[in-house]
Ligand binder design. Structure first.
Ligand code: HEC
Ligand code: HEC
Length: 285
């Protein structure tokens, strides 16, 4: 499936400690329909892409997990969408405003918005993800405290806003500002081997894509389902939390959330999955 193989040999000596198996299986062929709308979960990749086909992480999960995501009434992530809607409507901060005071009905004003993050922020001189944009509105528009990384309100609000783009293709604009530079930086980081195990993102998500690690079927590592409900931990996981977890698994120091390192990765990894539908809240193991 991968066009450029990094060389499996380099990581081979370390596979035993990670229980990286040699078993390979194809992602499951299936159709994801949510609330009557068919999601794009498997599509042709553009010519300059390391993969021939882009495949959502949904196809790598078990029948039960896939079924949970397909049913909005059963999807445990939908509780966080509801929680996010409450926060959207709640007044907070010295200006006496809620998100809804300015943005009104999110199903109209936020439709498609979450699908195009990260976005270049001219004033900040760097890309902003949705979490940073939310914090900017809290501080500048509401005179409220910014949320700390992974505050439950931040995760719920980001989930709620992304959900307003359910089914929309992920699409980011690299022509704005210095986005291209951040893409390059993110790409370098993606192929950089780190940690005691000397592994890169690409080691697991390209070279070992389709193989198993501790009974976990390795996907392409796309971001279209974030924030994502994880059955393992029984809660929502933000994207930077997932990135940090993946880096920690290589026994490397992990960068701070929203650091330039992780923002660059977010730009690059989002680009890798352009064209896949936003699935938030996706359900994963
Ligand atoms: C006082 C009015 C006001 C309030 C309250 C407010 N915003 Fe905003 N928001 C704006 C303005 C103005 C912009 C566009 C300029 C900018 O990017 O700051 C914006 C932009 C945004 C965007 C980016 C939209 C896009 O097309 O990329 C998001 C997302 C957003 N706000 C979310 C929120 C959330 C979530 C809250 C509540 C926590 C909130 N806003 C509260 C005024 C407000
Ligand atoms: C040691 C192997 C390993 C490395 C290295 C690794 N990951 Fe992962 N990653 C996993 C596993 C296992 C999962 C969960 C199963 C899956 O979706 O692949 C996962 C999941 C993900 C997901 C969620 C996919 C989804 O559909 O929910 C993203 C995004 C991701 N990784 C990004 C990264 C990035 C970026 C890096 C480099 C900083 C990285 N990973 C490095 C093992 C790894």
């Amino acid at each position: 499936m991968g066009k450029n193989k990094l060389g499996l040999a380099a990581a081979a000596g370390l596979t035993a400690s990670l229980a990286l198996g040699s078993a390979y299986s194809e992602p499951v062929e299936d159709k994801l329909v949510i609330d009557g709308r068919e999601m794009t979960t498997w599509t042709e990749a553009p010519a300059d892409h390391p993969f021939d086909e882009l495949i959502s992480g949904w196809h790598y999960r078990t029948d039960e997990t896939r079924a949970l995501e397909a049913d909005s009434f059963e999807n445990p992530g939908m509780l966080y969408v509801e929680r996010g809607e409450e926060i959207w409507n709640a007044v907070d901060g010295a200006a006496g405003k809620s998100c809804a005071s300015c943005h009104q009905d999110a199903s109209e004003t936020m439709a498609g918005v979450g699908a195009s993050y990260p976005k270049w922020n001219e004033a900040a001189g760097k890309p902003y993800n949705l979490e940073l944009q939310i914090n900017e509105c809290r501080v500048e528009q509401m005179q409220a405290e910014p949320y700390k990384f992974d505050a439950p309100e931040q995760v719920a609000l980001a989930t709620f806003i992304k959900h307003q783009s359910l089914g929309e293709p992920v699409e980011i604009d690299l022509a704005e500002g210095d986005m291209q530079k951040w893409w390059e930086r993110g790409k370098d980081r993606y192929y950089l081997r780190t940690g005691q195990l000397n592994m890169a993102c690409a080691t697991c998500h390209e070279d070992y894509n389709g193989r198993y690690i501790r009974a976990d079927h390795l996907s392409q590592g796309n971001v279209n389902g974030f924030p994502t409900y994880r059955l393992n931990t029984g809660g929502m996981v933000s994207l930077h939390n997932r990135f940090r977890g993946c880096i920690r698994d290589t026994r490397a120091e992990f960068p701070a959330a929203f650091s330039d390192d992780l923002m660059a990765l977010e730009v690059y990894v989002t680009w890798r999955g352009q064209g896949l539908s936003v699935e938030t809240p996706a359900v994963r193991q």
